[in-house]
Write a protein that binds this ligand. Structure first.
Ligand SMILES: [Zn+2]
Length: 98
């Protein structure tokens, strides 16, 4: 039985100390919903702090992890499925490289 007395216990949310994996997964799902609602990082941090009593440091840490994962995923996808040459030329032209 959890003896950590914080607000998450009153909301029947997982405890950060006793169930860290469940807690982080819950925060990740909340952040993903914020992203789907097109909220900025700061809006997401404030919303989770205000409505779910998630510490901003926890939200920022999980948010950074999600962005890092998305960046690595995008690079891997680019390596596996490079854009067609015509799109690559257009992209370079837009960047002023051609
Ligand atoms: Zn606990």
């Amino acid at each position: 039985m959890c003896t950590h007395a914080d607000e998450s216990q009153h909301n029947n949310l997982p405890c950060l100390h006793c169930q860290p994996h469940s807690y982080i997964r819950m925060v990740q799902h909340m952040i993903e919903r914020c992203i789907l609602l097109r909220m900025t990082r700061d809006e997401c941090v404030k919303a989770l702090d205000h409505h779910a009593s998630i510490l901003p440091l926890v939200t920022l840490t999980v948010f950074s992890y999600i962005l890092g994962f998305a960046s690595v995923l995008q690079k891997k996808l680019h390596d596996i499925f490079p854009p067609p040459r015509s799109l690559e030329r257009t992209s370079k032209r837009k960047q002023g490289l051609l």
